[in-house]
Design a protein around this ligand. Sequence first.
Ligand SMILES: *[C@@H]1O[C@H](CO)[C@@H](O)[C@H](O)[C@H]1NC(C)=O
Ligand SMILES: *[C@@H]1O[C@H](CO)[C@@H](O)[C@H](O)[C@H]1NC(C)=O
Ligand SMILES: *[C@@H]1O[C@H](CO)[C@@H](O)[C@H](O)[C@H]1NC(C)=O
Length: 323
Amino acid sequence: MAFVALYVLLLSGEHADAFVCDQVSACIPVLRLARIRKKVLFYCHFPDQLLTKRESFLKRIYRLPLDWLEEFTTGMADCIVVNSKFTASVFKDTFKSLSHISPDVLYPSLNISSFETIVPADIADLIPKKKKFLFLSINRYERKKNLSLALEALHELRGRLDSHEWNEVHLVMAGGYDERVLENVEHYEELRSLATKLKVNDHVTFLRSFSDEQKISLFSNSVCVLYTPSNEHFGIVPLEAMYMRCPVIAVNSGGPLESVLHNVTGFLCDPLPTQFSEAMEKIVRDPLLKDTMGAAGRDRVMEKFSSEAFAEQLYQYICRLTQ
Ligand SMILES: *[C@@H]1O[C@H](CO)[C@@H](O)[C@H](O)[C@H]1NC(C)=O
Ligand SMILES: *[C@@H]1O[C@H](CO)[C@@H](O)[C@H](O)[C@H]1NC(C)=O
Ligand SMILES: *[C@@H]1O[C@H](CO)[C@@H](O)[C@H](O)[C@H]1NC(C)=O
């Protein structure tokens, strides 16, 4: 990063009004070497030091200078933006020496044109026939994503419905999966056995590493998206779902608090199967809800999370820096 920053500096440093540095702050000191000092805007997605484990003493020692460097170089930016109010609060708790800084929020955006150009795949062979209520969960097969919550909620939903309604319900658990990652492999098996234990396995399709074409089809055919992680930094799936006119049932912490509007574009719940299944029942019982919440979701994404909204906001921050 530092080398690339130096390259950029030498190549175009003279002509730039400001530098935008994304995610890795270590190159900021290099950018500040410009002969005529340029402003630097840093986009912090999440403090890097919270994303690594410190299981051994050695690892802790090893991280000590890196963590210090992250905090020190982050503090050298002229303007710091983060991807959510949630990350802003984590930022303040993590970088103690920067407590005088209140980062601004710049929400990530959805590349809508990429959604419009994809040709949906045929997914008829993935889902049993005559399923009127398709629920969809999209997330990597990682334990911290709390995917078991979706299965447990499905199990509770069964108790809320009569057998005819239940027969029309199906859940697709779609997730990024890499067979070289032990956690993915193990967790996939854990979820499969949980589905069997809860006796909902006939009503669940597990999908690993789906294509973009399949994803679009899944969104188009679903009545609702379940988003189970707690304290998610931002979460792009709720945006994708809302853009595709799917109501979102998400946990009431982290990014979804800012992306999903409770009772308007979906439901925000405690991470409990009872609350999730209650919201799912509403979707099943009120066929109009999908359409009204879906339309509200599309509007919300266009207004707050489109590329245009992102560009406009970023432009404002840059103007404020350089004027
Ligand atoms: C958005 O997606 C379109 C189509 O896939 C692509 O051509 C374009 O480069 C993407 N834009 C951004 C900013 O990634
Ligand atoms: C994950 O979901 C379970 C219910 O399935 C819940 O008890 C637990 O608190 C959730 N974990 C987090 C971190 O929210
Ligand atoms: C949710 O929305 C419905 C329909 O607009 C409304 O009747 C209900 O009172 C709302 N509930 C809450 C908790 O806002």
